[in-house]
Unconditional design. Structure first.
Length: 68
């Protein structure tokens, strides 16, 4: 019985580690994409002030490791 619990615990731990690794890859992969998320959402007609306020509201002005 203990052997089965050990296997289940290992599978759960590996699953959580996999989810964490995938979330890191996706989060930092998006950082490598060209362009700015705020400008993409607001469109090309947005003023620089609007983009700056939007970036601040979403926290896009902070480094990637802090936003994660």
């Amino acid at each position: 019985m203990i052997h089965i619990l050990k296997i289940v615990a290992q599978r759960i731990a590996l699953g959580l580690l996999t989810l964490f690794a995938i979330s890191l890859i996706i989060t930092f992969g998006v950082e490598l994409l060209p362009g700015d998320l705020a400008e993409a959402i607001l469109g090309q007609g947005a003023t620089p002030e609007t983009v700056k306020v939007f970036r601040t509201e979403l926290g896009l002005d902070k480094p990637a490791h802090l936003r994660y």
